[in-house]
Every structure is written in structure tokens, then in C-alpha cells.
Design a protein around this ligand. Structure first.
Ligand code: NAD
Length: 277
């Protein structure tokens, strides 16, 4: 089972958070590769605009207003999708970001965890059993973040939600592999990408950021290569730099350094020298 087979068999690509940013760019790329689309997002207006742009290029598009944190709504989305056709691509991508601290209220934490983590879990639990039953080649792509891997200070709730997505996706890949299911699973980790989420506080694309199109171009190149961990570079951070940061982060535990030593006054310089070396 491979991405080539999934493309040859075709079917429906379901994308949550599909009305904006990397989700919308993925919709355009997958439409060009012959997939039908089902875009799920929060707002009718945003979904209609996304669907019209895709239809004007000949794509077959369904839309659904869904809050991914709502388990029942995600179950309905899965039922609706499989009534439309076999699901070949499930992209659990909807997400939100806002600054938090560890001492923010549980309610402020809960909304971020509900959307970013339970949104993905809901997608997996509603779709994957049906995808297994369909017994055709298909892919599941869950959108994580580097913030769920190296967990930089400044936004603990977002980091926790994305670390949970990483662990969930690793476990899912293992379980599907053990079960011999014809599903390929991927953890998609965008680099700094200029999307709606970033435009909300940066009116112009910074030079460091990739466009959504660059990011999803890289995603499907690596899906095609069969990678599980798909860490996208950007204009500032290369694949090699990411690898070093991941290793340093794991080294905090292995070498008994203080947590987040990369940002610790006693360790910052050692990290910097190691990263450059
Ligand atoms: N842009 C980056 O630099 C970056 C980096 C790492 C990870 N990500 C992740 O990429 C994913 C896509 O984000 P983006 O950057 O394209 O931003 P975006 O804001 O352009 O797109 C996110 C989409 O998700 C939708 N959404 C939010 N909450 C939802 C909910 N409860 N139910 C349904 N839809 C919901 C939004 O309406 C929006 O259309 C997110 O999971 C985000 O955390 C982005």
C-alpha cells in the first residue's frame, strides 16, 4: 500500500480546517491530483468562498460546517462523507493558537485541547474504523507542530495539545501497521507558514515563512516517499537544524539537563554552539 496506489484508486479527501491556510492549499493540490473533496470548517461563508475557488478550477467539492471538538458532529461528518464515496485521504488539520501560560484557567486550556487534540481524536475515531472496513488504500494525515516536539516556552496549552497529537498519531500508525490495515499514517509538522493563523497578527508574510502551497507541496512529496514524520522546513529553518533541535531536546532528559535548556540562561550558549557545530 502506497500513496501511488491511493492516488490511482482515488476517492474523497476530507480536510478539517479546509477553508484556510494549509488545509485549503492541500485541497487545491489534491483536487489537481483527481480527488473529490469534503472541506469541514467552522464558518459557512469561509467554506463557500473556498469551494467556489476550487469549483472554478473544475474540482468536485462538498462542504460541511463542523466544529471538530464536537464528537457527534464529527461522527455525522464521517457518515456524510462515506455516503458520498470512499474516503481516500483524511486530513485532521483544524487547529487554533493563542498565547497561554501554565496558570491560565482550565477553561482557557480546555478550548485549545478540545480543538487541537480532541478534534484530531474525533476525526480518527469517526473515520478510521470505516476506512478499515472499506479495505482500500488510504492515508490519514494529522497536523501537529514543532511546538509539540521541542515544546518552546510561551504557549504551553498549544504545546501540550500538539504533543498529544504526536503521541496519538504514533500510536495509531503502530496499531494500523500491526493490524495490517491498508492505511498509511503521517504526522504533518508545518514549519513557519504564512496562513490565516499567522496573518491574524502579522499583516505581511515575513521572509522566514513559507507559503501554504510550499508547505503542502513538501507534505505530499514526503507522503509519496512514505515518511511518517514530515517536518517541513521554512526559509529560516532547514531539515538539519530541526534534527539538531529535536536531538537537543531529547538530550535534556538523557543528559539530566534542566527542562527547556535551549532557553535556559546557563545552557543557551552551549546549545547555540552545538547547533552551529
Ligand atoms: N501556520 C503555521 O506556521 C503552523 C505551524 C505549525 C502547525 N500549524 C498547524 O496547521 C494547522 C492549520 O493551520 P493554518 O496555519 O493553516 O491556520 P489557518 O487559521 O489558516 O487554518 C486553520 C483552519 O482551522 C479552522 N478551525 C479552527 N478551529 C476549528 C474547529 N473547532 N472546527 C473546525 N475548524 C476549525 C479555522 O477556521 C481555519 O479555517 C493547525 O492545526 C495549526 O496548528 C500551523
Amino acid at each position: 500500500m502506497s500513496w501511488k496506489e491511493t492516488q490511482e484508486n482515488g476517492g474523497l479527501a476530507v480536510i478539517t480546517g479546509g477553508a484556510s491556510g494549509v488545509g485549503l492549499a492541500a485541497a487545491h493540490l489534491l483536487a489537481d491530483r483527481g480527488f473529490d473533496l469534503m472541506l469541514a470548517d467552522l464558518g459557512e461563508e469561509q467554506l463557500s468562498a473556498a469551494a467556489s475557488a476550487l469549483r472554478s478550477r473544475g474540482a468536485r467539492v462538498h462542504t460541511s460546517v463542523v466544529d471538530v471538538s464536537d464528537t457527534g458532529a464529527m461522527e455525522n461528518l464521517a457518515r456524510q462523507a462515506f455516503e458520498t464515496g470512499p474516503v481516500a485521504v483524511l486530513m485532521n488539520n483544524a487547529g487554533m493558537a493563542r498565547p497561554t501560560t501554565t496558570l491560565d484557567s482550565a477553561d482557557q486550556w480546555r478550548r485549545i485541547i478540545d480543538v487541537n487534540f480532541y478534534g484530531v481524536l474525533n476525526g480518527v475515531q469517526a473515520f478510521v474504523p470505516r476506512m478499515i472496513d472499506a479495505d482500500r488504500p488510504a492515508v490519514v494525515i494529522n497536523t501537529g507542530s514543532k511546538q509539540g516536539i521541542t515544546t518552546p516556552p510561551g504557549n504551553p496549552a498549544y504545546n501540550v495539545s500538539k504533543a498529544a497529537v504526536r503521541v496519538l498519531t504514533e500510536q495509531l500508525a503502530h496499531e494500523l501497521r500491526e493490524a495490517g490495515a491498508p492505511l498509511q499514517t503521517h504526522l504533518f509538522v508545518p514549519g513557519f507558514t504564512y496562513t490565516g493563523m499567522i496573518a491574524a497578527f502579522m499583516p505581511e508574510k515575513p521572509a522566514a515563512a513559507w507559503t501554504s502551497e510550499e508547505c503542502v507541496g513538501y507534505l505530499f512529496e514526503r507522503v509519496s516517499a512514505g515518511d511518517f514524520y514530515i517536518l517541513c522546513p521554512d526559509n529560516d529553518v532547514s531539515r538539519e537544524t530541526d534534527a539538531k533541535r529535536v536531538l537537543w531536546s531529547a538530550g535534556d532528559i538523557a543528559e539530566n539537563r534542566p527542562p527547556l535548556s535551549r532557553w535556559h540562561p546557563d545552557w543557551k550558549e552551549a546549545f547555540s554552539a552545538w547547533e552551529k557545530g
